[in-house]
Design a protein around this ligand. Sequence first.
Ligand code: APR
Length: 174
Amino acid sequence: MKIHLLHGDITEQRVDAVVNAANSSLLGGGGVDGAIHRRGGRAILEECRALRASRYPDGLPTGQAVATTAGDLPARWVIHTVGPVWTTGEDRSQLLRDCYRNSLRVATELGAASIAYPLISAGAYGWPVEDAIRQALAVLVSAESASVAEARLVLFRPDTLELAERILAEQRRT
Ligand code: APR
């Protein structure tokens, strides 16, 4: 699976699956979640509501992933995943890696050939950016998928892209 690091807006990615940094309600929010629902339109929210009324009455658990239509986005699906909130009280790294792994699993089940991730948990959920990048790349560098040939990590700031490039180069040396 080829990994692309780029600076940009997750809602402009022309890929099969766009990953949303959602919350467990699946009913929208700010940041990536707000941008995806705003640009993707109400079809996404309608499918999220249907998921809450059926498979996820108590909300989507942290680390899990579920797909809906991408609505008006230049993609086929949105894969909603709920990142862990950062805390110094416990190590939630496994849950953050689960977001990347489970989103890739769902994309593969759909037969997606390409996927774009934001930096999950690194915004409102307070995860330190450098470690958020490390966790994402730790999964993506070693991930296999029967269908996904391209995985993008879309960084919202140029300096974050530079940091991600350094970390990827470092991980590829080890
Ligand atoms: N495109 C790409 N990246 C973005 C965009 C965008 N349009 N908007 C924000 N980001 C970046 C942020 O800068 C951050 O690095 O995505 C990363 C994740 O930030 P959040 O969207 O705040 O997601 P998260 O930290 O996982 O918090 C999720 O915030 O929006 C609510 O409903 C959401 O409750 C949930 C929580």
